[in-house]
Design a protein around this ligand. Structure first.
Ligand SMILES: Nc1ncnc2c1ncn2[C@@H]1O[C@H](COP(=O)(O)OP(=O)(O)OP(=O)(O)O)[C@@H](O)[C@H]1O
Ligand SMILES: [Mg+2]
Length: 325
């Protein structure tokens, strides 16, 4: 399979000026402005194959949006090489721009004072989409996203979910081959999140589009992505199959045991790490591969009335990754 996105040693630094509050420091800062370099993206490399849908996650300020801006040509990098569909993004060649789409959940491209369909028409002209195709695509989006009257209502009057659906249309009307989705589900209710997720999945499959998705909801990533890239403080901390995070050698399960009579902490020693210890109930963390053995040992040794084995939520594993563990 061909490579759609190739990033080599990409860095993007920002120079920021620190200023203390108050008039005195404002005056002082005219002559003396202390500078600081923020390494928003710090020497990252990865490749994404054509048609892949990759999750790109990290805490606030990790460098996700900055990376996507470099990939879409909105920012020059400080260092490094980037190729998207064979183009250097910041040259902003017309043929390149026609093949990419960028959706920023926080900052849309729809014009506020006109209905979405007017923005769609504007994009039709910009991307030179023939009338017949344009109409077909609008029909496709209306049914795929269940859009009704909202496209003819002034954008500023739409709800967040209605606007998000129209943002997707505006950004995808030219059928881009590479799509950058920056938090497309933020602020949406659970039903709308599901709909947007389904739409992204179908779009990826139907058009073989290459997609990078950032989100703060692990559910988005779990539902859509096989591969996950985790970034923090501008550095990549994980880049592999999501299943490896869940089932890797260090992965754990929780074992919750409910007892008829109290069992002391001392007696439980050796079974696993005690996470929670209540009157008649205890939760242990055990290695995935040992879970069933530990469960049968517990059943044999103690007056167990209930037993529950669960995967550690993926959020916990991710949290550890963010903390560099
Ligand atoms: N134009 C800019 N000038 C100065 N600093 C910037 C600029 N843009 C981003 N930064 C800084 O770069 C770092 C990375 O920001 P970025 O927006 O890429 O994070 P993010 O991973 O998208 O976070 P979030 O999840 O909050 O959207 C932050 O420390 C941010 O303050
Ligand atoms: Mg961001």
């Amino acid at each position: 399979m061909s490579v759609a996105i190739n990033i080599k040693n990409l860095s993007r630094h920002f120079e920021v000026h620190d200023k203390k509050p108050g008039l005195k420091s404002s005056l002082k800062s005219i002559w003396n402005r202390p500078k600081r370099i923020v390494k928003a993206v710090d020497d990252i490399s990865f490749q994404i194959k054509t048609g892949e849908l990759v999750g790109f996650i990290g805490p606030n300020g990790a460098g996700k949006t900055t990376t996507l801006k470099c990939l879409s040509g909105l920012l020059y990098p400080t260092k490094g090489e980037v190729e998207v569909l064979g183009f250097t993004p910041w040259h902003r060649k017309r043929d390149f721009l026609k093949q990419i789409g960028f959706i920023m959940g926080q900052k849309g491209q729809l014009w506020w004072d006109i209905p979405p369909q007017e923005t769609f028409l504007l994009n039709q002209a910009i991307y030179e989409i023939p009338d017949k195709e344009y109409k077909e695509r609008i029909r496709f989006f209306r049914s795929a996203l269940n859009i009704k009257k909202e496209i003819s209502i002034q954008t500023r009057k739409l709800s967040l979910g209605q606007r998000m659906k129209c943002e997707l249309v505006a950004a995808l009307i030219h059928q881009p081959k590479v799509i950058f989705l920056d938090e497309p589900t933020t602020g949406l209710d659970v039903i709308m999140q599901d709909k947007v997720r389904d739409f992204i999945r179908d779009y990826n499959r139907e058009f073989k589009a290459t997609i990078i998705l950032t989100s703060h909801y692990m559910k988005d990533v779990q539902a859509l992505c096989r591969r996950l890239i985790v970034i923090d403080k501008g550095k990549i901390h994980f880049d592999d199959l999501l299943s490896k995070l869940k089932n890797g050698p260090g992965s754990q399960k929780t074992l919750t045991l409910t007892f008829k009579d109290e069992v002391s902490k001392k007696d439980l020693k050796g079974l696993g790490k005690i996470i929670k210890y209540e009157d008649l109930r205890v939760t242990l963390s055990v290695k995935r591969k040992n879970a069933s053995r530990v469960a049968s040992q517990a059943l044999e040794k103690f007056p167990v009335t209930d037993l529950n084995i669960e995967d550690i939520p993926i959020e916990e594993t991710i949290k550890k990754l963010f903390q560099g563990q």
